[in-house]
Design a protein around this ligand. Structure first.
Ligand code: ADP
Ligand code: F6P
Length: 464
C-alpha cells in the first residue's frame, strides 16, 4: 500500500472480525465492544484507512475496501495473541485501569510482546499515512504507538484516545513499565480521555513523574506539545433512533414481547461478559428482589444479554461460571413452571435485535464497577420509543457524568441498588417521563459526530 491515506484510525480491533468455522468456511462479523460501535460511523463519514487486527491469530491478510474506507489488517501470531492481547492488554492493563477490581498480573514476557506488537502497528501506520496526515490511535492496547510513530513520521498529526478509565496515580504507579507508557502517550499531539477526572489523573502523573513543564492542558516536550483533555464519547444517536423505528425492528420487538408472555415489566441488561460490568451485583440484587417477593416473577422478567468476551482469560472464565450458577440457582428457586424470571443469553446479537430489546425494556440496568463511558446506556436512551422507560446507571460509568437524570447507583451497595431498581419500576409515570426526556435531550446533544468533530478540530488546530 502507498502512503496515501489522509486520515488513519489505528485500533487493536478492526470493525469486522474474521471468523473461520470448523468446516473451514470464512465469515466476517461485527467486532465486539463500544470502540467499534463508536468509530464505525466516523470512518464511514471520513473515509481513509482503519489499521487493526482481524481477530484471528496466525493469519496474514491483504488490505481491502469496506464501507467506503480501507481496512488494513495487522497479523498477530498465536503467541502474541496470548501475551500482548490476552496477557498484557487484558490481564495487566485492563484490571489496573479499572480500579483493580481484579488483580493485575505483571509478566515481563507479556510486556515484551506488547512492545513488539505496538512497534508493528506503528510501522504499518508509517507506511500507510500520507504526508501530513491525521492519525488517530485508539485505546490501551496501543499506548506506545504515539511515540514510536512520531519517531518514524514527525510530519503526522497524532491523536490518541483512551476509551477506558485512566486510574489515579497511586494505582498506575504499580505498573513496572510506567515510564515507558507515559512517554508513549506523550508522543501524541493530543491525548483524549472520556472524563475530566481521567485527564487530570494523567496530568498529575506527568507532573509527578517527569521534569516536563505543563502550561494548563499542554505538556511541553522538546519539539512538540502534548495536549491533554476530556472528550466524552457518544453514539450515532440519529442512526440508533432510526433503526429502532424501522418497521422490522418494531415487529421484532413485538415478537419478543409475545415470546416473553407479555410481562408487565421488562428489566434489561446488555454487556460484554466482563467482570467490570457489575453483573454479579446486578443478578444478585434482582434475584433478591424476586426472592423477597418485591418483584413478582409472574409479572416481571429480567433479560440479561452477555456477549462472549476474552473467554480464555481466567477472570472471564470464573465470571462466566459464577453467572451461570447464580442465574441457574435463582431460576430454579423462584417463579412458576413457565417462563423463568431471568432470561439469560450468552451470545452476540445483530444491532437490530439489540434495538428491539431496548424498545421493550421498561428498566435498563447498567451497573459497572468501573467503565470509561458505557455506550449501552446511551443506546437505550436513544432507542426506547417513548419517555416511560427508566435507566438505572452506576455512578462509576463515565456516562453518569452526563446522564444525571438516570437512577444513579453505587453497585457495591446491594441494598441501595435494590432500592433504586424498585424506584425505577414503581415511580409514577410522570416522574419517569421527566427523567427520560432529560436523558434523551442529552443523548441528542452529544453525538458521535460532535465527539469526533471536537477531537479532530482540536487536533488540526493544535498542529496547524
Ligand atoms: P464495552 O466497550 O466495554 O464493551 P460499551 O457499553 O461502551 O462497553 O459498548 C458495548 C457495545 O457492544 C454496545 O454498542 C452494545 O450495543 C454492544 N453489545 C453489547 N452486548 C451485545 C450483544 N450481546 N450483542 C451485540 N452487541 C452487543
Ligand atoms: O474500549 C473498550 C474495549 O476494550 C475496546 O478497546 C475493545 O475493542 C472492546 O472493548 C472489546 O474488547 P475486545 O477487543 O478485547 O474484544
Amino acid at each position: 500500500m502507498n502512503r496515501d491515506a489522509q486520515f488513519v484510525v489505528v485500533a487493536n480491533r478492526l470493525p469486522v472480525d474474521r471468523v473461520v468455522a470448523d468446516d473451514g468456511s470464512v465469515d466476517w462479523r461485527t467486532s465486539p465492544g463500544g470502540l467499534v460501535t463508536a468509530l464505525e460511523p466516523v470512518m464511514r463519514k471520513q473515509g481513509g484507512a482503519w489499521i487493526g487486527w482481524h481477530g484471528a491469530p496466525d493469519e496474514e491478510l491483504d488490505p481491502f475496501d469496506h464501507d467506503g474506507y480501507q481496512i488494513v489488517p495487522i497479523p498477530l501470531s498465536q503467541q502474541e495473541f496470548e501475551e500482548y492481547y490476552e496477557g498484557f492488554s487484558n490481564a495487566t492493563l485492563w484490571p489496573l485501569y479499572h480500579d483493580t477490581v481484579a488483580f493485575p498480573e505483571f509478566h515481563r514476557e507479556w510486556w515484551d510482546a506488547y512492545v513488539e506488537v505496538n512497534r508493528r502497528f506503528a510501522e504499518r501506520t508509517a507506511e500507510v499515512a500520507a504526508e501530513g496526515a491525521t492519525v488517530w490511535i485508539q485505546d490501551y492496547q496501543l499506548q506506545l504507538v504515539p511515540q514510536l510513530l512520531r519517531e518514524m513520521r514527525p510530519d503526522l498529526k497524532i491523536g490518541f484516545f483512551l476509551h477506558i478509565p485512566f486510574p489515579p496515580i497511586e494505582i498506575f504507579l504499580q505498573l513496572p513499565w510506567r515510564e515507558q507508557i507515559i512517554q508513549g502517550l506523550l508522543g501524541a499531539d493530543l491525548v483524549g480521555f472520556q472524563v475530566p477526572g481521567a485527564a487530570s489523573n494523567f496530568r498529575r502523573l506527568v507532573r509527578k513523574r517527569t521534569r516536563l513543564k505543563l502550561d494548563r492542558d499542554r505538556v511541553l516536550l522538546p519539539g512538540h506539545a502534548c495536549n491533554v483533555k476530556a472528550y466524552p464519547i457518544s453514539i450515532d444517536t440519529e442512526g440508533f433512533i432510526e433503526m429502532a423505528q424501522d418497521p422490522d425492528v418494531v415487529a421484532e420487538s413485538d415478537a419478543l414481547l409475545e415470546e416473553l408472555g407479555h410481562p408487565k415489566v421488562v428489566l434489561l441488561g446488555v454487556d460484554r461478559l466482563d467482570y467490570t460490568k457489575g453483573l454479579r451485583q446486578r443478578v444478585r440484587a434482582i434475584g433478591e428482589l424476586f426472592e423477597e417477593g418485591r418483584l413478582d416473577p409472574a409479572d416481571v422478567v429480567f433479560m440479561q444479554i452477555a456477549t462472549p468476551s476474552r473467554e480464555r482469560v481466567d477472570e472471564y472464565r470464573r465470571l462466566r461460571d459464577d453467572i451461570d450458577q447464580l442465574v441457574g440457582r435463582i431460576n430454579s428457586e423462584v417463579g412458576g413452571i413457565g417462563r423463568p424470571p431471568i432470561v439469560y443469553r450468552h451470545a452476540s446479537f445483530p444491532r437490530t435485535t439489540m434495538a428491539a430489546m431496548y424498545r421493550i425494556a421498561d428498566v435498563m440496568v447498567v451497573t459497572p464497577l468501573a467503565d470509561g463511558m458505557n455506550l449501552v446506556a446511551k443506546e437505550y436512551v436513544a432507542c426506547h420509543p417513548n419517555t416511560s422507560g427508566a435507566l438505572v446507571l452506576s455512578e462509576f460509568a463515565g456516562a453518569a457524568q452526563e446522564l444525571r437524570q438516570a437512577y444513579l447507583v453505587n453497585p457495591y451497595d446491594l441494598n441501595g441498588l435494590k432500592e433504586s431498581i424498585m424506584r425505577a419500576v414503581t415511580d409514577p409515570r410522570i416522574v419517569r417521563q421527566r427523567r427520560m426526556r432529560a436523558l434523551k435531550k442529552q443523548v441528542l446533544a452529544n453525538t458521535i459526530d460532535s465527539w469526533a468533530d471536537s477531537f479532530l478540530n482540536d487536533l488540526r488546530e493544535l498542529t496547524s
